[in-house]
Design a binder for this molecule. Structure first.
Ligand SMILES: [Zn+2]
Length: 190
């Protein structure tokens, strides 16, 4: 299984917020639109960790009305608002899965509807480029965050972080490891 890796080894610290997502297991500060303080959910009225609704899919508010409104984790899990995602299979939104860009895979396989729903109820990832959710085996991959070199060492069975990086990245990105070496260093450590 591949991880989604940014091309600059940015690693952001993590706070603990009680949320569980099948497809998002990265640091919460890589979730797009998450408010860092408790807020009042504009949908259910409870005080909880909330997401901005501005760019979400929701029937609760009209497009003009949702700006500046918030939705909590519980309401997200119930589908009262959802997120669209650009994926390797195509665009996942309220209409299901549709192929819209040339970079999408040919003939997207049919993905079980429950997986589309699960992904729509998953926050978007903060990225430098536009998010493109990676896929494997007719399913979406789990985002585990951006790994720094030390994370490759930690997750390697034999301690060879560089080898793990090479095995997890596409060939054309293999050079990033050596590109990230500080001047006068031969081994990446941090
Ligand atoms: Zn709510």
């Amino acid at each position: 299984m591949r991880a989604i890796i940014s091309n600059n080894f940015l690693f952001l610290g993590s706070k603990t917020i009680p949320m569980t997502f099948k497809y998002f297991k990265g640091p919460i500060d890589e979730m797009s639109g998450l408010l860092i303080e408790h807020s009042v959910c504009s949908i259910c009225g409870k005080t909880a960790y909330c997401f901005e609704l501005d760019y979400t899919i929701t029937d609760v508010f009209s497009d003009d009305d949702k700006d500046g409104k918030f939705g909590c984790y519980a309401c997200l899990k119930e589908g009262k608002f959802e997120f669209w995602h650009d994926t390797e299979f195509g665009m996942v939104d309220e209409n299901g899965l549709s192929k819209v860009y040339k970079h999408n895979m040919e003939n997207p396989p049919s993905i079980e509807n429950e997986r589309l729903i699960e992904l729509r109820r998953t926050p978007q990832i903060i990225t430098w480029q536009q998010e493109l959710w990676l896929t494997h085996c007719n399913d979406f991959m789990t985002y585990k965050g951006t790994w720094a070199p030390k994370d490759f060492y930690l997750n390697s069975n034999d301690g060879d972080g560089k080898a793990l990086f090479m095995s997890m990245t596409d060939k054309e990105l293999n050079h990033l490891w050596d590109d990230s070496l500080p001047d006068n260093e031969t081994i990446l450590t941090e």
